[in-house]
Write a protein that binds this ligand. Structure first.
Ligand SMILES: [Zn+2]
Length: 191
């Protein structure tokens, strides 16, 4: 088993104060930083995913502008410290993109890159549980990866949509993990 950590969309616009803020986003940014300091060894690969969009000249492709290139909103949150150079995959551009698996780096799609590294299992953290984390997890499983969601390192837009997303991910076969320390790693969340 070769495991990758996928860090999804921990950017200013998805954290408190951003244009598309997820309640708890800043907490997640700091939490992932702490998690990385103690758990880097668990992963053969650590990947960050970044949403971005071109400035909308009035075409209205994005109902709520976010992560516009050239604005602070597109930057990773300052509380997210990736610690060392990690590959960054980018998604979006001129269209809405939720799943990390829509992301590419130097023209290589995330799924192909993960397969090239012999990754078979992914842990997913980041924002938002009910949008991009959900889409990432469902795509991961469709592509044949085992997927774990580290719940304490995610945050959703609303409790209702988050509960729905968690049920959907579990239904699809994802493992929802409460806690992130070694001792709680295998303590699977109950419905
Ligand atoms: Zn977007």
């Amino acid at each position: 088993m070769t495991r990758a950590l996928l860090i999804v969309d921990i950017q200013n616009d998805f954290c408190e104060g951003g244009t598309h803020a997820v309640p708890g986003g800043t907490r997640v940014a700091a939490g992932v930083t702490r998690y990385l300091t103690g758990n880097r060894h668990r992963y053969s690969e650590i990947v960050a995913i970044r949403d971005y969009h071109y400035p909308d000249p009035g075409g209205g492709t994005e109902p709520e502008p976010h992560c516009v290139l050239g604005t602070p909103g597109v930057e990773f949150h300052p509380d997210l410290n990736l610690g060392s150079v990690v590959p960054i995959f980018e998604k979006g551009g001129d269209h809405p993109a939720f799943s990390a698996f829509e992301g590419s780096r130097d023209g290589v799609m995330l799924v192909d890159w993960l397969r090239a590294q012999q990754v078979t299992e992914v842990d997913v953290v980041g924002l938002a549980t009910d949008l991009c984390v959900r889409a990432t997890v469902l795509d991961a499983m469709s592509a044949g990866f085992r997927a774990h969601v580290l719940l304490s390192l995610t945050a959703g837009m609303t409790p209702q949509s988050t509960a729905r997303a968690l049920a959907e991910m579990r239904q699809a076969g994802a493992v929802l993990v409460e806690g992130t320390s070694d001792s709680t790693e295998e303590k699977v969340a109950t419905p």
